[in-house]
Design a protein around this ligand. Structure first.
Ligand SMILES: Nc1ncnc2c1ncn2[C@@H]1O[C@H](COP(=O)(O)OP(=O)(O)OP(=O)(O)O)[C@@H](O)[C@H]1O
Ligand SMILES: O=C(O)[C@@H](O)C(=O)CO
Length: 424
């Protein structure tokens, strides 16, 4: 297998978002969980997205795991590696976008790396280096209240300067609009000044196509699914990849019981949970009881198991920003997050042992904890439920399963029923 594109995603939902985008753009794509073991049978593909759970871990660990993934991808012929980050640039001043970018850049000897989280299909646009989420700057969006990495600065040049050892430049929209040669010239100018990375503006998909053409000539880029779209279209338009029509199926139906788990506290997920209450039983976990170890996961299982035969259920830890802040003040941000993720993983594991074969999970960290516990090594990409969220079919796992891993902010108000309708 010679890869046209290698990707390293810093969380599992982000990885399936990117795998979905690449698939829709004509690349045969598989998503792996971590660096694949040698005996994992992978189909012949154009792109592999290695999913890491490296967004919120210590920076040194994120660097070493990303470098291991890069080595594996380059070893399979990937000339270009995309480091997939969140379209809302989720990170803290301690990392991990800057440190991972610096390490991968050093490994491949890239002079200046293009960086953009723009993903217009989901309302993420970048102008003059400022990230907008819908109509508002990042720091006024719900991301200001994110439980793990609240985002308080929409100027990504400033944000990345605080994380990276290299200087950060800007390639503005006026340059992008002038086309690929103008971007090449600006990038060369920045590289000539010793500037090692540049935030590049993008508002429309056509901007990402221009960016993709230039990025594909380099060894490394950093961004969300938008730049993935640009790279994929560039690989197809330059004939490096033969466009494959995206498969609209994930194979034979798996049947079995269905359940949903929500650990995301995003505004979108809170709305989706509220809407799900109308169509399925919903259990709201008590997050404080999870942290103090008072049998909350067992309570959830006792509640869920008798109901599953009747139809899907939803178990949610999600709370409002005020409640999240109060819990974190009492127990610490990382301890609270970790305990809740592990409780979700415990619940998922027992649900699968009880016959659940169709599982919807909301939240990147939550999905990471669940998929790790289920020991699923990889996924094939099926139909799209919502922008950035495909149906996934587990490969190499103990049970034949369908999953949907929803990024916290993605999906329409009826996401849970939309997902279950497509997961047969
Ligand atoms: N009620 C709660 N109070 C505090 N923290 C919570 C609560 N419920 C969940 N969490 C934690 O908040 C974090 C949510 O992160 P997660 O990545 O799962 O969702 P997200 O950030 O909205 O999604 P994404 O990363 O895909 O955008 C997890 O660590 C989770 O355990
Ligand atoms: O880019 C995004 O917003 C998502 O794919 C994601 O990474 C959320 O965790």
């Amino acid at each position: 297998m010679t890869l046209a594109l290698g990707c390293i995603a810093d969380d599992y939902t982000g990885a399936s978002d990117l795998a979905n985008t690449l698939t829709r753009a004509g690349l045969r794509t598989v998503q792996t969980i971590g660096v694949p073991a040698d005996d994992l049978a992978l189909p012949e593909v154009d792109a592999v997205v290695v999913s890491l759970k490296s967004r919120s871990i210590e920076a040194g660990l994120a660097v070493s795991r990303s470098r291991a993934a890069e080595a594996w991808l380059r070893g399979r012929g990937a000339g270009h590696v995309l480091f997939k980050i969140c379209s809302t640039f989720d990170s803290t001043d301690a990392g991990n976008i800057g440190p991972v970018m610096d390490a991968l850049r050093a490994d491949c000897g890239e002079a200046a790396v293009l960086v953009t989280p723009a993903f217009p299909e989901t309302g993420r646009t970048v102008y003059q280096g400022n990230l907008f989420v819908g109509a508002v700057p990042l720091n006024e969006s719900p991301l200001k209240d994110h439980p793990l990495n609240p985002m308080h600065d929409s100027n990504l040049v400033r944000v990345l300067v605080r994380q990276s050892r290299t200087q950060i430049g800007l390639v503005d929209l006026a340059t992008v609009t002038r086309g690929a040669d103008a971007v090449r010239a600006r990038l060369a100018e920045l590289a000539g000044k010793g500037i090692g990375a540049a935030i590049i503006d993008a508002v429309f998909d056509r901007d990402l196509e221009t960016i993709g053409l230039v990025a594909a000539e380099h060894r490394l880029s950093v961004g969300a699914s938008g730049i993935g779209l640009g790279l994929a279209r560039a690989l197809v338009s330059t004939g490096k990849v033969q466009s494959a029509s995206p498969s609209s199926e994930t194979g034979a139906p798996v049947g079995g019981l269905a359940a949903c788990l929500a650990g995301s506290c995003s505004q979108a997920t809170l709305q989706q949970i509220a809407n799900a209450e109308r169509i399925m039983p919903v259990l709201h976990l008590d997050p404080a009881r999870i942290i103090t170890g008072s049998g909350e996961a067992q309570r959830a299982l006792d509640w869920a198991r008798p109901r599953l035969a009747e139809g899907p259920v939803l178990i949610a830890s999600s709370s409002t920003p005020d409640q999240v802040a109060a819990l974190q003040a009492r127990h610490g941000r990382d301890a609270a997050g970790h305990a809740i993720e592990q409780a979700m993983a415990d619940i998922a594991e027992t649900l699968v042992k009880s016959g659940v074969r169709r599982l919807v999970v909301a939240g990147g960290e939550t999905s990471g904890a669940v998929v790790d516990r289920l020991r699923i090594p990889g996924f094939l990409v099926g139909v799209e439920i919502a922008a950035g969220v495909p149906v996934l079919r587990a490969v190499g796992a103990e049970s034949d399963m369908l999953l949907a891993l929803k990024s916290g902010n993605f999906g329409g108000a009826e996401f849970f029923s939309d997902a279950l309708r497509l997961m047969r």
